[in-house]
Design a protein around this ligand. Structure first.
Ligand SMILES: Cc1cc2nc3c(=O)[nH]c(=O)nc-3n(C[C@H](O)[C@H](O)[C@H](O)COP(=O)(O)OP(=O)(O)OC[C@H]3O[C@@H](n4cnc5c(N)ncnc54)[C@H](O)[C@@H]3O)c2cc1C
Length: 419
């Protein structure tokens, strides 16, 4: 049943918000997107641009807690939790620990695989529909490893991936080198997730914004939602930038700010911001062919827009804009351990981008209809794979608003599961 023709307000202009606006507008809805900033930067801009069916394991998985504790004592490590007595962090951490087990992984993996594959397929149509070249490449991603321990773990995961129907290849050092003939690599081997892809996030976001403008979507900047008025189990209006906005339906994204937004609508959505850094470099002079994850270092390296973006770290703490140079140094120093000819300088702070991953308490998105607030759909908690999941998130949101069946299972993503 197509119910297009009503009005929708989408809160947040990251990838989740813009993709929701795109599919809703296509379905005939009159869409307004509100953002507290000006649509030129958020977590969806400076990320590593990877589209990742390979990431079917949720962040809450066995071993993560022990590894995380070890990393806490290394100032250059890729992971850090700021010790704090904040109840938000403690309560999030307890829920996260409860879910870091194999049973949770086994239940969640098919869902994450399907949502990512669906999104990857939607990216093909989106890339054609946008008038901007988003630099989408279907070459897969190399999971590079240097140690026998990581090799063993990664190959075991690769066998699971294969059983789950993903297109992968296990490569030895010579085979990896053959795929990257123009740079010297020092690795034991790699798993090549051919099912993965990559693109240039900034080009995507700018392409989406200009497409939405042409489609007649209202993009309202400096419109941070500060209040939500509920009447009879429905949102009546939201207050943003001093103005009141009414609509038939509301979509709540908001990235790392979702928890506070949700509270205004009476919902409890546990979320922690996971700060990460990235920078672009010309050093590789177009010689790197494939995006890669340097597994031991937890660093991502992606060719994009003629340069290479290098990114990493996950600092779980309240939102703050300080750049931790030690951790940045950790990222930079890891590069020549894999790409031996590239000892890079630590970039100056003004060339370093940072963004906040919206990390849910069980590593799964919050995606679905609110049962408490009848005209609200929530789309957030996309964590480390929001770029990848953007189109699927937007299409699922549009299908829910349209009261249509979604193409993939979403019951596991119930946004009120911690209510
Ligand atoms: C270093 C790094 C590398 C990454 N690499 C990848 C990758 O390779 N692949 C991948 O899939 N993902 C990756 N990610 C994760 C991905 O970037 C995020 O999951 C994704 O961008 C989240 O999108 P979002 O729309 O939920 O949030 P955002 O992009 O943060 O957008 C949220 C928006 O909501 C707005 N907002 C907040 N509060 C309000 C309010 N009260 N009123 C109005 N507006 C509000 C904000 O201003 C913001 O514009 C990476 C992240 C980092 C940090």
């Amino acid at each position: 049943m197509n119910k297009g023709g009503g009005t929708v307000v989408v809160i947040g202009g990251g990838i989740a918000g813009l993709c929701s606006a795109y599919y809703l507008s296509k379905a005939g809805w009159q869409v307004t997107v509100l953002d507290k900033e000006d649509f030129t930067d958020n977590c969806s801009y400076g990320n590593a641009g990877m589209i990742v069916p390979s990431h079917f394991t949720p962040m809450a998985a066995p071993g993560i807690i022990a590894q995380g504790i070890k990393w806490m004592f290394d100032s250059k490590s890729p992971f850090y939790v700021k010790p704090s007595l904040s109840w938000s962090l403690i309560s999030w951490g307890l829920k996260f620990m409860k879910h870091a087990n194999q049973k949770h992984v086994d239940r969640a993996s098919p869902y994450l695989r399907d949502l990512n594959l669906y999104s990857s397929a939607l990216y093909s149509d989106l890339a054609t529909d946008l008038e901007t070249d988003i630099d989408l490449h279907r070459k897969g991603i190399l999971m590079l490893y240097k140690t026998h321990k990581t090799q063993e773990e990664e190959i075991e995961l690769a066998h699971t991936a294969k059983q789950m129907g993903l297109d992968i290849d296990i490569l030895d050092a010579a085979q990896v080198q053959a795929l990257e003939p123009n740079v010297k690599l020092d690795v034991l081997g790699a798993v090549h997730y051919r099912c993965d892809s990559h693109l240039y996030p900034r080009a995507l976001m700018q392409g989406l914004l200009s497409k939405l403008e042409k489609m007649g979507v209202q993009l309202i900047k400096h419109a941070g939602v500060t209040d939500i008025e509920i009447s009879g189990e429905k949102i009546k209006s939201v207050l943003a930038g001093g103005k009141t906005y009414t609509a038939d339906k509301f979509v709540m994204t908001g990235g790392a700010w979702l928890k506070n937004l949700a509270k205004k609508a009476g919902l409890n959505i546990p979320l922690m911001p996971g700060k990460g850094y990235s920078f672009l470099t010309n050093a590789f002079e177009g010689k790197v062919q494939h995006p890669a994850l340097l597994l031991e270092a937890r660093v991502a390296l992606t060719p994009m827009g003629g340069k290479v973006r290098i990114g990493g770290t996950m600092e779980l703490a309240a939102i703050n804009h300080t750049i931790n140079t030690k951790r940045l140094q950790g990222i930079v120093e890891s590069v020549p351990k894999y790409y031996t000819d590239y000892t890079l300088p630590v970039p100056p702070a003004n060339e370093v981008w940072h963004g906040f991953r919206p990390c849910s308490a069980d590593g799964l998105p919050y995606l679905g209809q609110s049962t408490k607030v009848k005209n609200l759909v929530v789309a957030g908690g996309l964590g480390m794979m929001g770029l990848s999941l953007g189109p699927a998130t937007g299409k699922v949101v549009a299908d829910i608003v349209q009261e249509q069946k979604t193409a993939v299972g979403i019951d596991i993503y119930n946004p009120e599961r911690f209510q």
